[in-house]
Design a protein around this ligand. Structure first.
Ligand SMILES: [Zn+2]
Length: 60
């Protein structure tokens, strides 16, 4: 088993977690199809388009 040499102190651990926060707000971009705000690299929740193509059928 590979073991860490020393126990990481709470201060050191917390410093690391605060430096590269894992809980960041999603990056929002303007949808190229409906021009609404959507999450980057995700299917638009408003029109269901991704990369100019319909991915999921619009529920009406
Ligand atoms: Zn859209």
């Amino acid at each position: 088993m590979i073991e860490p040499k020393k126990k990481v102190s709470k201060a050191r651990r917390n410093k690391r977690h605060s430096a590269n926060s894992f809980a960041t707000a999603p990056t929002l971009v303007v949808c190229s199809h409906c021009h609404e705000m959507k999450e980057s690299h995700k299917v638009c929740s408003h029109c269901g388009y991704f990369n100019g193509k319909p991915v999921k059928a619009k529920s009406e």
